[in-house]
Design a protein around this ligand. Structure first.
Ligand code: ZN
Length: 276
């Protein structure tokens, strides 16, 4: 439990550090280097501006949805059932046990958040929050845009490294041999530490980008089947209803707007019930 609590603090800090480093590298190194290119034509300058705008769009969506995931913490069902003490704090349930009502279908007691949530999916360490019906759409969008921002940074970083080191990445194997080659060059003094840092970041962006893309695809598959990760783990069968209904439950009626800007899922069943 202590390890999980530690992870709950370290993972968001890790995410914010990577985000800050990515911002600094993109805005102060990659994008300015595109303008400094001696062979830059007006067309090239406009494509550099376009790249800057694309990166800002992707990162604004990733960070906006990240904040919305935290803001839309699934409602604590235990509060209405007096599981929470007079001080508003849930009692510390012993390991392996949970409050009486958490055996209700589709509910789960998260020991890290100390709350009972409906349609619980999983506890996300990077946001330090439970993912449930309220913040599922923002979570999927967060994964999607983080993957795209990482892959965008990877491409911009590769362009920067190929200019600085005069190497070509036309052959995909060049990327695989880049790390061992640059490590030996770094220790022989032929490579600057800033260049080595960018090369390490390239592999980190690739890893995070692929992990987020995979996570996003898996989550979309579960949404289409009307299942949560928690239900899969417990062996609960998927709901027998059309995939369009399942999709609408998570993404709401204004799904297209949610794809472009970080907004709350106002058209979802959850918010409709709350309004009534
Ligand atoms: Zn939780």
């Amino acid at each position: 439990m202590l390890v999980l609590r530690f992870l709950n603090v370290v993972a968001p800090a890790y995410f914010l550090c990577i985000s800050c480093v990515t911002f600094v590298l993109q805005l102060f190194l990659f994008i300015p280097s595109m303008f400094k290119d001696p062979s830059a034509t007006p067309l090239f300058c406009s494509s550099a501006l376009l790249h800057g705008a694309l990166f800002l769009f992707l990162s604004a969506n990733a960070l906006g949805n990240y904040i919305l995931v935290i803001q839309n913490t699934p409602e604590d069902l235990s509060k209405g059932l007096n599981w929470v003490g007079a001080d508003g704090v849930a009692p510390d349930w012993p390991d392996g046990s949970c409050p009486p009502g958490s055996a209700l279908p589709n509910t789960h007691f998260c020991r890290l958040c100390a709350r009972v949530t409906q349609r619980h999916d999983h506890h996300c360490f990077f946001t330090g929050n439970c993912i449930g019906s309220r913040n599922m759409r923002n979570f999927v969008m967060f994964c999607l845009y983080t993957a795209l921002a990482c892959l965008d940074s990877l491409v911009a970083g590769l362009a920067y490294i190929s200019t600085v080191l005069s190497t070509s990445f036309a052959n995909p194997l060049a990327f695989l041999t880049l790390l061992p080659q640059s490590i030996s060059q770094f220790f022989s003094g032929a490579l600057l530490s800033s260049e080595m840092f960018v090369i390490l970041m390239l592999y980190l962006w690739l890893g995070i980008g692929l992990a987020c893309a995979g996570f996003c695809c898996h989550q979309m598959l579960l949404i289409l089947r009307g299942q949560t990760r928690y239900q899969v783990r417990k062996g609960v069968a998927a709901r027998a209803r059309p995939w369009k209904k399942n999709l609408e439950e998570v993404f709401g009626k204004r799904w297209l707007l949610g794809l472009l800007i970080p907004v709350l899922n106002v058209g979802s069943d959850y918010h409709r019930q709350k309004e009534q």
